[in-house]
Design a protein around this ligand. Structure first.
Ligand code: PMP
Length: 403
């Protein structure tokens, strides 16, 4: 009975070109990888799909941090943070992260989580109690949506980047606690939320802004301090979530906020309390990665990444002139090519794959129906020649698929 039910659902997804597929990459994470799809032998691919924006996932310094950390402290933390798993290296990492965010969140303290998904669930469930209303941006990441669903708070969605609409919603709200919750860089669109305007609303309406900077931390702003630095914002009303498996190249996440917020998360966030603390070598690797992010090497990598974004947009702008497909308006490393129909997006991705370029097709429910897209992500590990190769491959593939 269960199996029949599942088979029917799988068949329906197959029929709508919505079946998701895993591929297996071999070797170190980076633009040049061997990739197997389970049907044919592994092939060399040029990948434009990872969130390793600075190319730190295989950096020698980060690897050395991990290996030396494991040699010194072993691997597992042995328990959850509130039992016996909280270790000096977690504390050192939290201090370093708090220091990075302190210019933007006065007196910031930081709390380290095993993943961004868990950090978002933590913030929304711990702060979004029955007294609260969560104002959730329409294009928020799944983990924020799930956090809002799990929270006891009332939830109101607001339209993408619609500051005026949100203001009307806030003005009508009688809850004593109001949380505006938004991705900083939208993960499937690449555009940046109007954070200064959202913060101004928060100040006017006694609300707080929860910022998910998964795709901005390490990449945007001075020393890679993220979207708050990008806009030069500073406020006690900001609750910042940064992930550490993307630009930082390792895994995990953190929340940086007012000390009272962090104290409350430690007491009540179930995804913090009821899970084993992250392996210690990961925290060591992250300390090494943060050194790179904040230093000259990080700056050079960010500059190179920005130059690649311009190169891609210029190149694809020419190729797509007059075409019905277009690049989304994004200045970040996430450069979606909006295609529309699911089947077209799949065909385009397949046509690129035949040319050795790996770009994932993103379809509903991850993005709204009718806006299937290729999600191109760039990394400082790409070379200019890699970007040129993608532009040429897309010119050919677009011609084939649109015909
Ligand atoms: N927020 C956003 C905007 C994301 O894109 C992601 C990861 N795709 C997450 C949160 C979850 O982070 P993690 O992968 O560390 O669980």
């Amino acid at each position: 009975m269960l199996l029949d039910h599942l088979e029917r659902q799988l068949a329906a997804r197959r029929a709508d070109a919505l079946l998701r597929r895993r591929r297996t990459a071999q070797g170190a994470c980076g633009p040049h990888q061997q990739v197997a799809d389970g049907t044919s032998p592994p092939r060399d691919m040029l990948a434009f799909c990872s969130n390793d924006y600075l190319g730190l996932a295989q950096h020698q310094h980060v690897r050395a941090g991990l290996i030396e950390g494991a040699q010194r402290d072993g691997v597992g933390s042995g328990a959850s943070h509130l039992v016996s798993g909280h270790h000096a290296v977690h504390v050192a990492l939290e201090q370093r992260l708090a220091e990075m965010l302190a210019p933007h969140v006065p007196d910031a303290r930081a709390l380290f989580f095993c993943s961004g998904y868990m950090a978002n669930l933590a913030v929304l469930t711990a702060l979004g109690d029955a007294q609260a209303t969560i104002f959730s941006e329409a294009l928020n990441h799944a983990s924020l949506i799930d956090g809002a669903r799990l929270a006891k708070a009332a939830v109101e969605k607001y339209a993408h980047a619609d500051v005026a609409g949100l203001e009307a919603q806030l003005a009508a709200c009688r809850s004593p606690v109001k949380l505006i919750v938004t991705d900083a860089v939208f993960s499937m669109d690449g555009d940046i939320a109007p954070l200064p305007e959202l913060l101004a609303l928060a100040e006017r309406h006694d609300a707080w802004v929860v910022v998910d900077d998964a795709h901005g931390f390490g990449v945007l702003g001075e020393q890679g301090r993220g979207s708050l630095a990008h806009f030069g914002l500073c406020s006690e009303r900001l609750i910042y979530m940064g992930t550490l498996g993307k630009a930082a190249g390792v895994a995990g996440a953190f929340v940086a906020a007012h000390p009272t917020v962090i104290d409350w998360l430690v007491q009540s966030a179930r995804t913090y309390i009821y899970t084993t603390a992250a392996p210690l070598p990961l925290a060591h690797a992250l300390l090494a990665s943060l050194d790179l992010i904040r230093g000259d090497e990080g700056e050079q990598r960010r500059q190179h990444l920005r130059a690649l974004v311009t190169r891609l947009r210029d190149g694809l702008g020419e190729v797509l002139a007059g075409h019905r497909w277009c690049l989304a308006p994004s200045d970040t490393a996430i450069q979606p090519l909006i295609v529309g129909a699911n089947a077209d997006a799949l065909q385009l991705a397949a046509a690129l794959e035949t040319q050795g370029c790996w770009v994932p097709a993103i379809r509903p429910p991850t993005v709204p129906a009718g806006t299937a897209r290729l999600r191109i992500t760039l990394s400082a590990a790409h070379r200019e020649a890699d970007v040129d190769r993608l532009v040429q491959a897309l010119a050919r593939a677009a011609g084939e698929v649109a015909r």
